[in-house]
Design a protein around this ligand. Structure first.
Ligand SMILES: O=c1ccn([C@@H]2O[C@H](COP(=O)(O)OP(=O)(O)O[C@H]3O[C@H](CO)[C@H](O)[C@H](O)[C@H]3O)[C@@H](O)[C@H]2O)c(=O)[nH]1
Length: 340
């Protein structure tokens, strides 16, 4: 029996793909109550009917509204904070909205969890928060800083706040694998932005593992990433085409606005401090309390020699390995098993 048995868990953004995967897992683990806080009543209703489990309670609200956050935190033990604005273009056009949800909203969640005596808060971040080039990544980077500042400024708190950073989720809504599949089904060429571009490849189950690892192992202000392989987009396109039984027909469209050639899960400054925990890297909080000298007068020599952990230098999958990984996804198995 894990520590989740009988526990009350609040999930913000609980009707999204991360939230749903987490709910299924928590129910299996014997969680006592699960509080879902989210904005969309239709999605909540659909989820309520599909789950049919009275342990899951639904709260309509918005992380921007502290009062609504408080109502979902009654009796809470664990908090998984997944609510976010995460689309690159919408955050680019409305950065103030990204700040309200991703930064101010996260602060509300953390402070509310603290006020309600929560044991552990895990905030979901993204590789796009490292060396960010777009407003989505920048606002997520500030969310991370907000979580770490809470830990630094509340040393005696019984609420442990940590961050998990995540790469691309394979088969998530609007992402490139379902796009390639729909292009294949329509007999169209696969659009590739830039063949050499690399991305970490992760599954939703990996994310649940990472969050649970953080729930139980985090010290205040810790940041965790799960090690993951990567492929180029060209390899990914060929792999999907071959799995679907068609000749790869690729059309290059060029890099899109606000994207990078590769993503970084840990910067070199973080890699210097990181400890290798097997499947995970843990980066402890930089707990120098308001020590301005480290930012101004004293540098660190190791920073020069250490390297990032990014989708170019992690394990690189070839076409066969990428096919095996994509074929293991439940969505892909349903598609291939059901015929085309
Ligand atoms: O037609 C396309 C579309 C995408 N890609 C490439 O495929 C990779 C993955 O693209 P996704 O769109 O699946 O993922 P992104 O890394 O671009 O980011 C996506 O996931 C983010 C969350 O991390 C945000 O939700 C964002 O808005 C969303 O586009 C990228 O290298 C991209 O350049 C192509 O080759 N062809």
């Amino acid at each position: 029996m894990t520590q989740l048995a009988g526990a009350t868990v609040t999930i913000t953004g609980g009707t999204g793909s991360f939230g749903r995967t987490m709910v299924h897992d928590l129910l299996k683990e014997g969680a006592g109550r699960i509080h879902i806080l989210s904005r969309d009543e239709a999605k909540q209703d659909e989820m309520r009917q599909t789950l049919g489990d009275s342990r899951v309670k639904f709260f309509i609200g918005d992380v921007r509204d502290r009062h609504s956050v408080d109502s979902a935190m009654q009796g809470v033990d664990f908090v998984f904070h997944a609510a976010a604005l995460k689309q690159v273009p919408s955050c680019e056009f409305f950065p103030d909205q990204a700040v309200k949800t991703n930064v101010v909203g996260s602060q509300n969640v953390i402070e509310s969890a603290h006020a309600h005596g929560g044991r552990s808060v895990v905030c979901l971040s993204t590789d796009k928060a490292v060396y960010p080039v777009n407003a989505m990544g920048m606002s997520k980077a500030l969310m991370e800083k907000t979580a770490q500042a809470f830990a630094r400024n509340h040393p005696g708190s019984k609420t442990v706040v940590s961050v998990t950073r995540y790469g691309n989720v394979m088969y998530s809504r609007g992402s490139v694998i379902p796009l390639f599949i729909s292009q294949i089904l329509q007999g169209r060429p696969l659009t590739i932005t830039e063949p050499r571009m690399t991305r970490f490849l992760m599954s939703l189950d990996d994310s649940v593992d990472l969050v649970k690892h953080a729930f139980f192992h985090a010290e205040p202000g810790d940041l965790f990433v799960k090690k993951a392989p990567a492929s180029t987009v060209e390899t990914l396109a060929i792999a999907v085409a071959e799995l679907m039984g068609v000749e790869p027909d690729l059309r290059k469209i060029g890099m899109r606005h606000g994207e990078k050639m590769w993503e970084t899960l840990l910067s070199r400054e973080e890699m210097i401090k990181a400890t290798d925990q097997g499947d995970y890297f843990r980066v402890p909080l930089d707990a120098r309390s308001l020590d301005y000298s480290k930012f101004v007068e004293d540098g660190e020599d190791e920073t020069v020699t250490a390297g990032d952990y990014d989708s170019n230098n992690t394990e690189r999958l070839d076409v066969e390995q990428t096919k095996a990984l994509v074929a293991s996804l439940p969505e892909m198995q349903a598609l291939l098993g059901g015929g085309r």
